[in-house]
Design a protein around this ligand. Structure first.
Ligand code: ADP
Length: 471
């Protein structure tokens, strides 16, 4: 009831009612009091009526004028406020748009997600690096499922704790699985942001892709390790060859003694006393014994270095191993820039026995340098086909006669044109042993005076680069 009285139309009605009542009740009295007589009073009813209309019209006009003025002002103010709000909404939307764009176009993987797991924004680089689509990254659940597989739960638990943060946290490195099955190492750091309008807590995670950095570290360690290994192999190779030379030299004496004793017995046996004959036979026996012991000792030493090395395949950067072999062989041969290495289709990591492959390379490269002119180029090629790792050592040297090719893998065999070049005829025997331990094959193409190509094929087994690196 009281509210009704506050309404403008009620106020107008009340004012009108009051004025009309007062007019009706007191206008005649007032005129009489002013000295107007009753006869004139009856004639003045028209003037009174017009006066009433004039007065009420004036009052109504003043009141409505004031009221409408107030209303129009309010409406103007309201319009002003509405347009200000609209303007702020546009500015807010533009700012939100800029923020989203800044995240989406950022060169770093960035993700904005709410506490219920909804992913609000992801930078494009995140999708480019991982190979996942925006739909696959619509929730934390689906992202962790893809990126961490069975290991997703600990990661989700860790993410839950992030919402308790008040400042940025550097979380360390995580290994994620990409759409193509490869792995990447990302260093995450997360910062809590203000709550969303619906009161959900908001988090921003930024990642730095350190895969290449870690690979480079691993590769340089691998390079160093392979270099050391290669040097060791080279030393062993020299050692084996040296003991073989020593053996051939040391055998010469007992064999010469045996031969001369046998000649003496052949020629003079019937003229010799029994005692002298026994003496010669004893000499032969002793020298044979000495030769056998010498052979046993040498074989034992050589076994320790060659034959008893079994096959231990591990993931190895074979490209680096080739480069190290080239560098080291050139250094040992006191030559530079003669050997060119070509990795034909970018093979890097493969499962091989690095000791055996080092031996293969040291022998083939040393031979290529040894049996070709000092100014001619030697080429090492690495290639991989579907099933094989192919290593090719190509030289433009003296070549091998076709009749001799079948024999060059025999121990101690040296081709006629090897001449005075240092050697024991044992290197290719070692190479062939190492190749067969790998279940591989070796082939030689050679033309006398034109050069040789030694092709080694080893079964190819792929190793996932990052998994090998992180394991
Ligand atoms: P060596 O110690 O004599 O080099 P290897 O077993 O390594 O022994 O080689 C056996 C023989 O094969 C050599 O003596 C040489 O006659 C021949 N040979 C090996 N590699 C080459 C090559 N790249 N060019 C020409 N002849 C070669």
């Amino acid at each position: 009831m009281v509210n009704i009285l506050y309404k403008p139309e009620s106020r107008v009605a009340i004012v009108y009612l009051v004025i009309a009542t007062l007019w009706i009740l007191f206008s005649d009295g007032a005129l009489l009091a002013l000295g107007v007589n009753e006869t004139v009073l009856s004639q003045l009813s028209l003037v009174k009526g017009l006066g009433f209309v004039l007065l009420t019209s004036l009052i109504l006009y003043t009141y409505l004028h004031r009221e409408f003025d107030r209303r129009f002002k309010l409406e103007d103010e309201l319009q002003e406020q509405i347009s200000q709000v609209k303007q702020s909404q546009i500015i807010l939307a533009q700012s939100e748009d800029r923020f989203r764009k800044a995240i989406e176009e950022s060169p770093y993987p960035i993700m904005l997600f709410a506490e219920d797991g909804e992913v609000l924004t992801v930078s494009k680089i995140w999708m480019e690096l991982t190979g996942y689509t925006r739909e696959q990254l619509s929730t934390l659940q689906s992202w962790t499922e893809l990126a961490y597989g069975t290991g997703k739960q600990p990661v989700l638990n860790h993410i839950d704790t992030l919402f308790e943060l008040t400042t940025r946290l550097d979380e360390g490195e995580f290994t994620i699985i990409c759409a193509d099955g490869t792995q990447r190492i990302w260093q995450f750091s997360s910062t809590p942001l203000d709550r969303l309008p619906d009161n959900r807590r908001l988090m921003m995670s930024i990642a730095t892709d350190v895969t290449k950095l870690r690979q480079a570290e691993v590769y340089s360690l691998e390079h160093e390790r392979l270099r050391a290994r290669f040097q060791k192999e080279q030393e062993r190779n020299i050692f084996v060859q040296r003991i073989i030379s020593a053996l051939s030299h040391d055998l010469r004496t007992p064999l010469t003694v045996i031969l001369s004793s046998k000649d003496i017995l052949d020629i003079y046996s019937d003229r010799m006393s029994e005692e002298k004959r026994h003496e010669k036979l004893d000499t032969i026996g002793r020298q044979v014994q000495f030769a056998l012991e010498l052979l046993d000792d040498t074989v034992n030493i050589a076994r320790g270095n060659v034959s008893e090395v079994s096959y231990h395949p591990t993931p190895v950067n074979i490209a680096t191993l080739c480069q190290v072999s080239v560098d080291e062989t050139q250094t040992a041969a006191a030559t530079q820039q003669r050997v060119k290495f070509a990795n034909l289709n970018g093979l890097e990591t493969a499962i091989i026995d690095e000791v055996l492959v080092s031996r293969i390379l040291v022998n083939l490269l040393t031979n290529a340098l040894k049996y070709s002119p000092d100014d001619s180029e030697v080429r090492l090629e690495l290639e991989h086909t579907e099933n094989w790792i192919v290593l090719r050592v190509i030289d433009r040297g003296i070549g091998i006669h076709e009749d001799e090719i079948p024999h060059i893998f025999d121990p101690f065999y040296r081709a006629k044109n090897a001449g005075s070049a240092n050697g024991t005829g044992l290197g290719l025997c070692i190479v062939s042993d190492c190749v067969s331990r790998h279940g591989g094959q070796i082939r030689v193409e050679s033309k006398l005076g034109e050069g040789s190509i030694f092709t080694v094929k080893l079964p190819f087994e792929e190793a996932k680069i990052v998994s090998a690196m992180t394991s």
